[in-house]
Design a protein around this ligand. Structure first.
Ligand code: GLU
Length: 450
């Protein structure tokens, strides 16, 4: 206990004002207690002390010119956290909330998530406090080009391979790749999440959402249950939420909600996927426009949310898929979900449940798939994209989807068998954290003090 406490206190001093980062570190260290007690080599090699300190942090100015001719400046980041298992791998987030603490929490989570996939990828994350909302295509392109004018010198197919995250999709990856290619002259697999026209992998777009549903399926299957016929609550309306909804329908479940920064949509008949895609992928407008086509649906604006949480979790459903962002599900939300008969939570977003909410799920003994296990399908499929690029091959949709299923199954088995090994078979937080940690820690020991 004092070891964890001392680590957090030290981080608060040396890396001040990074609340989300301390939260992610505390959650992991908490789960590692049993292994730190029995395996003294991790202390001897100062593995925790090394792991919580990124190998390298790149922070840079991103100047660009808006459509009115004004010069704008944003802050850019790439945190190369841990390369024990492979090149740094992780997305870029463009969102006004981005700061060093947010990118560090995401990068730290990514180390264990990537290790859990069983694939040779290290952990990193990056982004900018740039708000893509309302920006023209030209502004997005100029911002991406300026971002890469600095980042290009730090990345490469065997060193650091960025991808998308909130605010970064195939369009942004296209502009960044184009600028990277212009500056370096290299046509290589330096990004994943690329367009299918020039090096992208089939299923990458769908992978995080599909993987999150496969993970829920494996959790239910372990107790002889299935997704078929279940009412599902989904938050978010971005790439992860859309393909979570798509896969839920394919497996016979009924997703009834989704949400964006303006509010929550509740459609008891089931969210209409075509309308959702039209609104979010094509027109990029707010969710309340859904009511124009489906007047029987309800929209709860954020102003009407409960003070202690999120309206989406106050609707009754059997399965919950938080697919929006960090800390979007509070302790009060978790209690309401459990009271309303929710039997499983599978996280498509990174750290969407607060630590108190996670305790509620674990105490209630419902299935709980933490983000670093349940949403690892995205980055895993990114690695499949890297493998295709490196071997100049192109695999079919079915081939990639089949590999994704196997990876998600192995992540579930690895987290659940590790949880059982440490005497808490239902606790996939403990299982995922220890299983991921062991791989990285053992590799670090073998590679010496570097
Ligand atoms: N941003 C995604 C994640 O949180 C994907 C990262 C990647 O594909 O490299 O895992």
């Amino acid at each position: 206990m004092t070891y964890i406490h001392d680590t957090i206190v030290r981080l608060q001093k040396t890396s001040p004002a990074q609340a989300e980062f301390y939260q992610a570190v505390e959650e992991v260290l908490d789960s590692l207690q049993p292994i730190l007690e029995t395996s003294e080599q991790y202390k001897r090699h100062a593995i925790i002390e090394r792991m919580v300190e990124p190998e390298r942090q790149i922070m840079f100015r991103v100047p660009w010119v808006d459509d009115q001719g004004n010069v704008q400046v944003n802050k850019g980041y790439r945190i190369e956290f841990n390369s024990a298992l492979g090149p740094y791998k992780g997305g870029l987030r463009f969102h006004p909330s981005v700061n060093a603490g947010i990118i560090k929490f995401l990068g730290f989570e990514q180390i264990f998530k990537n290790a859990l996939t069983g694939l040779p990828i290290g952990g990193g994350k990056g982004g900018a406090n740039f708000d893509p909302k309302g920006k023209s295509d030209g502004e997005i392109m100029r911002f991406c080009q300026s971002f890469i004018n600095e980042l290009y010198r730090h990345i490469g197919p065997t060193t650091d391979v960025p991808a998308g995250d909130i605010g970064v999709g195939a369009r942004e990856i296209g502009y960044m790749f184009g600028q990277y290619k212009r500056l370096t002259g290299n046509y290589d697999g330096v990004f994943t999440g690329k367009s299918l026209l020039w090096g992208g992998s089939l299923v990458r777009k769908e992978a995080t959402g599909y993987g999150c549903v496969y993970f829920a399926e494996y959790m239910l299957e372990s107790k002889g249950d299935t997704l078929a016929g279940k009412t599902c609550l989904v938050s978010g309306a971005g790439n992860v939420a859309i393909y979570t909804i798509e896969k839920l329908y394919q497996l016979g479940a009924r997703p009834v909600t989704c949400s964006d920064s303006s509010g929550t949509l509740y459609h008891e008949a089931g969210i209409n996927l075509d309308t959702l895609k039209q609104l979010k992928e094509v027109r990029k407008v707010r969710l309340n426009e859904y009511l124009v086509v489906h007047p029987d649906a309800k929209f709860i604006p954020v102003e009407d949310y409960p003070a202690d949480g999120n309206a989406v979790w106050r609707i009754s459903g059997q399965l919950a898929f938080p697919c929006a962002t960090q800390n979007e599900l509070s302790e009060a939300d978790a209690k309401t979900l459990v009271a309303n008969g929710c039997i499983a939570v599978s996280e498509g977003a990174n750290m969407p449940s607060t630590q108190d909410a996670v305790e509620v799920f674990l105490d209630a003994r419902i299935h709980y798939g933490p983000g670093k296990a349940a949403n690892a399908g995205g980055v895993a499929t990114s690695q499949l994209e890297m493998a295709q690029n490196a071997s100049m091959q192109r695999w079919s949709f079915e081939e990639v989807d089949e590999k994704l299923k196997v990876i998600m199954k192995n992540i579930f088995l690895s987290a659940s068998s590790t949880a059982a090994e440490f005497g808490e078979p239902h606790n996939l937080v403990l299982g995922a954290n220890i299983a991921g940690f062991r791989k990285v820690a053992d590799a670090m020991i073998e590679q010496g003090v570097v």
